[in-house]
Design a protein around this ligand. Structure first.
Ligand SMILES: O=C1O[C@H](COP(=O)(O)O)[C@@H](O)[C@H](O)[C@H]1O
Length: 268
């Protein structure tokens, strides 16, 4: 059993883990449980991945017991954001997930919904939204009953040093997108510049959202997000705008990322 302390406040549930190994164990258990519940409920587990450090922390899913207990054939896999580079490029979030996770578990290749990497960022965003709309139409992905958005079973996010989630960066216009499900950037402040990203309405329509943050270098951003402090231009940090309308939000932190959190209004 992974060692963690669990707290609650209006930002959701906060799980603070003693070590990265504990966090990875707790994350694998959380994902496996949601997979089981979703498959029992509607026959599919629609899971949305991000890039960065998150994927390396999902490694325990490739081991016992999960490698044989998870119903991998029912997984449909998406990305909350993607860099518009070829799928074989080292910047590709798809490549990261394929190398570290998806090539090691028996998911169905046709259920891996990655972006079209042969077109512009604008076209890739539009194509990706089209793919998701088809899957909502065929009820592979659930539809939200309170918004015109898909209702993914689980969206997994990381958070950058600047408080960005997916490819929604502080102060960027993509944060204001209300109509599109997937939008694009050609000026990402973090390289590479061309990206596509889920918009906030889609993220906030999910049944479950988990934000996974590790490392001392993110402690200050975590403190700002939890305390409700805003960024340098006084706007809210993107991670603060994640607030599922009728879903659950869980923060997975290690002790280093949580090291500046004393007195942020969480109670056990
Ligand atoms: O560029 C990105 O960064 C964020 C955070 O990455 P991390 O390595 O600091 O955890 C990631 O969640 C996002 O998917 C990715 O495209």
């Amino acid at each position: 059993m992974a060692l963690s302390k669990v707290f609650h406040n209006d930002r959701g549930e906060l799980r603070i883990h003693e070590s990265l190994d504990d966090l990875a164990a707790s994350l694998a258990e959380y994902i496996a449980e949601l997979s089981e519940v979703s498959v029992k409920d509607h026959g599919v587990f629609s899971i949305v991945l991000s890039g960065g450090s998150l994927v390396g922390l999902m490694g325990k899913l490739c081991e016992a017991p999960y490698i044989r207990t998870v119903d991998w054939a029912r997984w449909h896999i998406f990305w909350s954001d993607e860099r518009v580079v070829s799928k074989s490029h080292s910047d590709s979030n798809y490549k990261l997930a394929k190398d570290e996770l998806l090539s090691k578990v028996p998911v169905v290749p046709g259920h891996i919904h990655s972006i079209n990497d042969t077109v512009s960022a604008e076209q890739a965003a539009s194509d990706y939204e089209f793919v998701i709309r088809q899957l909502v139409r065929t009820r592979t992905v659930c539809a939200s009953d309170i918004s015109d958005c898909p209702k993914f079973d689980l969206i997994l996010l990381g958070m950058g040093l600047d408080g960005h989630v997916a490819s929604l960066f502080p102060g960027h216009g993509a944060l204001d997108e209300k109509n599109e499900w997937v939008t694009f950037l050609t000026d990402s402040p973090k390289p590479p510049p061309e990206r596509i990203t889920f918009t906030l309405p889609v993220i906030n329509s999910a049944s479950n959202v988990a934000i996974v943050i590790t490392g001392e270098n993110k402690a200050r951003a975590v403190q700002m997000v939890m305390a409700g402090n805003s960024g340098p231009d006084c706007s809210s940090l993107p991670a603060q705008m994640v607030s599922p309308s009728s879903g659950n939000l869980v923060w997975f932190l290690d002790r280093s990322a949580a090291s500046k959190l004393n007195g942020s209004g969480f109670s056990e």
